[in-house]
Design a protein around this ligand. Structure first.
Ligand code: IPE
Ligand code: IPE
Ligand code: MG
Length: 243
């Protein structure tokens, strides 16, 4: 961790955890075994992120499109999520991690949602890293929902058209009180966003790594952050204008 510049840490890291199924196939196992192994990688990465001092870690755990998968895989993923939440509660309390979610969690099975809401509540007073799980999340859905809420607020006179700005729009998204991601990582060698944080990643640094998610470790994360720290984020300006 010595090689990281503490003054230039990404405040918010978002990860598309991809490749569990291919990891399982590679090891002649069922897809579910890949997801199990993937959950272990989640534990490691959460731990390392907290230790480094990352403030927000958003993990894409289940997309709106993932509802199209076979029912038994969906059920297994929900069970794994429940197990993760129950087994990690102690660790989250000990390491000051606050859990929250983005996505339409009303779509989750009742039991899963109950455990989730309970974990969010129990960790709500923590002030260390925010672990943000994207569950039943879709970037386009998020934006459409935001538009609907803005229209309602406009109709009821709570906001005026002139007040609708980029900043106001951001406040209507699931990520309202979370800064945009500085760094977005996708594992497994796929080069796409798959409907993840479309609005929020307008100026995010992207990293695509050819490692299957179950093989991902805190060491890879540190390497990626070190690489991020060597990048120049110009936001449309030229080098000379930067501090
Ligand atoms: C990511 O791994 C986990 C989820 C999407 C829930 P995949 O299950 O997509 O793994 P591949 O892409 O089939 O290898
Ligand atoms: C994206 O992975 C969603 C998550 C990692 C939860 P997918 O594996 O579902 O993405 P596509 O459908 O192959 O793009
Ligand atoms: Mg995949």
């Amino acid at each position: 961790m010595k090689r990281l510049n503490k003054a230039k840490l990404p405040r918010h890291i978002a990860i598309i955890m991809d490749g569990n199924g291919r990891w399982a196939r590679k090891h002649s196992l069922k897809r579910i075994a890949g997801h199990k192994k993937g959950a272990e990688a989640v534990r490691k990465v959460v731990k390392t992120s907290g230790e480094i001092g990352i403030q927000y870690l958003t993990l894409y755990a289940f997309s709106v499109e993932n509802w199209r998968r076979p029912e038994d895989e969906i059920n297994a993923l929900m069970s794994l999520l429940e197990e993760f939440l129950v087994s990690e509660l102690r660790e989250m309390l000990d390491t000051d991690i606050r859990l929250r979610t983005i996505g339409d969690i009303t779509k989750l099975p009742e039991q899963t949602r109950k455990i989730l809401l309970n974990t969010i509540e129990q960790t709500s007073h923590n002030s260390g890293m925010t672990l943000n799980l994207a569950l039943s999340y879709g970037g386009r859905d998020e934006m459409v929902e935001a538009v609907k809420k803005i229209i309602l607020d406009k109709e009821s006179g709570r906001i005026r058209s002139e007040e609708i700005t980029k900043e106001l729009f951001s406040e209507y998204l699931y990520t309202a009180d979370i800064p945009d991601p500085d760094l977005l990582i996708r594992t497994s060698g796929e080069y796409r966003l798959s409907n993840f944080l479309l609005w929020q990643s307008a100026y995010t640094e992207l990293c695509f790594i050819d490692i299957l998610w179950p093989d991902f470790t805190g060491e890879y994360l540190i390497d990626i952050i070190a690489d991020y720290q060597n990048r120049e984020r110009r936001f449309g300006m030229i080098s000379d204008q930067l501090p």
